[in-house]
Design a protein around this ligand. Structure first.
Ligand code: PEP
Length: 252
């Protein structure tokens, strides 16, 4: 059975003191909450990973990185490898976020390499993708999403899919306050599950968690999460306030 997952992407927010406080508040908000088959993940910036790992130790809160480099090591000033993340206790990494694609030129060819590096290091990947507004208006959003998934993931073998989480994040809904409707999310998630089924079979498709991201918050989470192919969310803004993030988690 696939897991429900609520993951918070803290992006380039919170210094070390604030990160520790936010993690501690979240742990406290979730104490006594039954999280059956639901994983909770937070993603602080690189420099705060160790602090947040320590602050969440012994709780249900897992910690993921927001990015990594595709090479194992070498002369890549300023970069961080999969094995470095692994060595501090990180088990999951977000790859392909729309901000990485937009501001850092990441495309499927590069992301395929990053995914490979993560798989070789046995890191789980939350792979993000989604169309921009113009693509939705032109009705090319299904083609765009298909290319984003197939270009970075369809070279993987079946076994690797137990370490892949998909996150559909329509770019027009990220940080804009505008959310895809629950029906729009379900329509795309069902399409995505169908793509995985066509490529890898029904079992892989049934077992992969597909998260929705884009202005998901306490007021809309329950409706979006109620859809059968929506297995949780990747949450930006609302994950920066412990009570709001906890409310989103409880909505599942
Ligand atoms: C995100 O950046 O992954 C995201 C979903 O952001 P927000 O929730 O703020 O739209």
């Amino acid at each position: 059975m696939r897991s429900k997952i609520v993951a918070g992407n803290w992006k380039m927010n919170k210094n070390v003191t604030e990160s520790k406080a936010l993690a501690e508040e979240l742990v406290s908000e979730l104490s006594g909450v039954s999280l059956e088959n639901t994983r909770v993940i937070v993603s602080p910036t690189f420099v705060n990973l160790t602090t947040v790992l320590a602050a969440s130790e012994g709780s249900a809160v897992e910690v993921a990185a927001q990015n990594m480099h595709q090479e194992a090591k070498g002369a890549y000033t300023g970069e961080i490898s999969a094995s470095m993340l692994k060595s501090i206790g990180i088990k999951t990494v977000i790859l392909g976020h729309s901000e990485r694609r937009e501001y850092f030129g990441e495309d499927e060819a590069l992301l395929a390499k990053k995914v490979n590096a993560a798989m070789q290091t046995e890191l789980e990947v939350i792979y993000c993708f989604g169309e921009v507004l113009e693509e939705r208006k032109n009705n090319t959003h299904f083609d765009v999403v298909k290319a984003q998934i197939s270009g970075a993931l369809f070279h993987l073998n079946t076994a690797a899919w137990s370490n892949i989480i998909l996150a559909y994040e329509p770019v027009w809904a990220i940080g804009t306050g505008e959310t895809a409707s629950a029906d729009q999310a379900q329509e795309m998630h069902a399409f995505i599950r169908g793509l995985v089924a066509d490529q890898y079979g029904a079992e892989v498709a049934d077992n992969v968690s597909i998260l929705y991201g884009g202005s998901c918050k306490p007021s809309n989470a329950e409706e979006i999460f109620s859809k059968p192919d929506v297995d949780g969310g990747l949450i930006g803004g609302a994950s920066l306030v412990a009570a709001d993030f906890a409310a989103v988690i409880k909505a599942i």
